[in-house]
Ligand binder design. Structure first.
Ligand SMILES: [Zn+2]
Ligand SMILES: [Zn+2]
Length: 359
């Protein structure tokens, strides 16, 4: 990884969760969250060649191509695009179609990956990206999303991405416990002002998921700036499982369950490392996708890999239970919103009961 990279090192134009979201994937229950033709006429996952230092790109694109709802969106809901030749989503779509439809040894997927990369190089978002250097897979992911938004054209779905949670990790602390004690931890606020009666006082703020994103990325914040231009990798083991229960953090929803689809893993240090992806294929088999190499793997390798590999980006899909009834997404595109209890209540009296220290 370059010295000026890392999660804290560069200016990221617009984070996906801050991007304006209209007609996101989560708002489109008609897009299936299941594999469709990929499971009907299976074509196995393919590797991407790595001429130089592109493993961050290869692993992240692999992780995304193993999200059924995203693939269905790319292939079926982005048609008749007037900007076809310039559009980044169209370039991604062509790659997805080839990836899931051609023979495993076809060179087409690599040509298509090269075409997507060439497209990205022409976007304002990625114009200054240093392609010749090792880069951070997560940073690439955020830039890719922004490039797609930058080049979007008239489409039924504008942005599929509104679902990234950066998680500060701690050694041997379970993901759920980090979410509970850090990401969604209650905070005491001394100058809370009640919206209705304008009374001021102390209150407890709770961070809640205000959307129920269909696809959720958990991003372990492993690269930390420890000094000027100095980054260190936190290789701590973080226990997590293939099922992620976010019910406790969901606003107005009784159950919110997620299931793991793909994991981008990193090996090595900040300055020198390698990425691969472990993902569940449409046939249900977990595969290790390491540049051009594709091997059978296991879910345990995705979650608890040995050999110096550390999980970095986890992609989960929401378990569809009552998706059509509760697929509500608010309009502001915020996945995570820190808000005061009582600030959004319709019943003023009950709000005072909920705000513990409101005086
Ligand atoms: Zn397009
Ligand atoms: Zn009040």
């Amino acid at each position: 990884m370059p010295k000026d990279s890392g999660m804290n090192g560069v200016q990221i134009p617009v984070r996906p969760q801050e991007a304006p979201v209209q007609n996101s994937i989560s708002e489109s229950p008609e897009i299936s969250a299941r594999w469709q033709r990929q499971s009907a006429s299976p074509s196995p996952p393919k590797g991407f060649s790595n001429a130089h230092v592109m493993c961050y790109r290869n692993s992240m694109i692999q992780a995304l191509l193993h999200i059924p709802k995203l693939v269905n969106w790319l292939e079926d809901y982005h048609d008749t695009c007037p900007k076809e030749n310039r559009c980044t989503i169209c370039a991604f779509q062509r790659l997805s179609l080839l990836y899931w439809q051609t023979h495993p040894n076809s060179k087409d997927v690599n040509q298509s990956m090269a075409a997507l990369t060439a497209n990205l190089k022409t976007t304002a978002t990625l114009r200054t990206w240093r392609w010749s250097r090792q880069q951070d897979a997560n940073e690439f992911y955020m830039f890719l999303v922004n490039a797609m938004i930058e080049r979007h054209s008239r489409s039924r779905v504008v942005s599929p991405f509104e679902y990234r949670l950066g998680v500060p990790i701690r050694k041997d602390v379970r993901l759920e416990d980090i979410l509970k004690t850090v990401t969604f931890a209650p905070a005491n606020v001394s100058d809370y002002e009640c919206e209705k009666c304008k009374k001021k006082g102390r209150a407890t703020q709770h961070a809640r998921l205000t959307t129920t994103p269909d696809i959720l990325e958990i991003d372990f914040l492993r690269f930390q700036q420890t000094g000027r231009g100095v980054y260190k990798k936190n290789s701590s083991h973080v226990p997590f499982s293939s099922n992620l229960d976010l019910s406790a953090f969901a606003e107005g929803k009784s159950t919110l369950q997620y299931r793991l689809l793909s994991v981008v893993q990193h090996m090595g240090s900040f300055a020198n490392g390698h990425y691969r992806c472990i993902a569940k294929s449409p046939s249900g088999v977990w595969e290790e996708l390491d540049d051009s190499s594709v091997r059978k793997s296991r879910i345990s390798e995705a979650i608890n890999p040995g050999g110096g590999w550390t999980p970095y980006s986890l992609f989960y899909a929401r378990v569809e239970d009552d998706a059509h009834l509760n697929g509500h997404v608010n309009g502001d595109g915020q996945v995570l919103q820190r808000e005061s209890e009582g600030s959004r209540h319709s019943n003023h009296t009950s709000s005072h009961k909920r705000v513990k220290s409101h005086m």
